[in-house]
Write a protein that binds this ligand. Sequence first.
Ligand code: ZN
Length: 259
Amino acid sequence: MQIGEIRVDAISDGTFVVHPTYFGDGVARPEFFARDGFAWLPIGCFLIRAGERTILVDAGLGPDQDELPEGMRLVGGQLFVGLGALGVAAGDITDVVITHFHTDHVGWLFDLAAEPVFPNAVIWYGAADWDYFVNGPGDIRAHIRDGLLAHADRQHPLTHDTAIAGGVSVVLTPGHTPGHLCLEIASGNESLLLLGDAITCPIQLSEPGWHSYGDVDAAAAQRSRDGLWERLRSTPGVGAHFPGLAAGRVGSGINWVTD
Ligand SMILES: [Zn+2]
């Protein structure tokens, strides 16, 4: 995707196999859960190239897998296939922006020795996620927690909406996690929202009762989703688990429109 002067590429780190109960009780859209009752969704990351900055948005699950209830699972490890295809090496990344601290978004931050995978990158995230996942009850892998604690001098915890590079701004969208953030990219007359997991799938537009299994605060998450649907009428957007990592927008009524 080209947003004015800024290049944005989608990369999947692997697969998220999703059961209907992820979205709540009584969910029934068999065409969406078409693979033996499961939907196979990507584990999305995005690479933003803006001027001198090479910004990775989310760090996938990493070379790892995660078994979840109801037969759901996450299988990662493919991020560097996508980065390599774009001609980008680990040392080229100047910034990593983490939309939230769930396991499938922080996996490549640190290796098993808690050393940075991206040696030249600073890390941006919502400060409230540090409190919930590093100091609080949130589930986080030990080597990721250790890496965050050991390398805090290379991090920017965010407490309010802010521009982190020319044309790249953070918008805090709490609910899915306390410090969840989205990114707004704007250049020339074009713009794009990177939604993280604030919206898991566009199907939630026509199924407003569907929440997301991982929502830490379901009511706040719903408020964030409602606000984003409004913004998505004028600005296209894509989330980390949207099918095909395809951007779209809210059309007239409640239609999700992809280009
Ligand atoms: Zn996720």
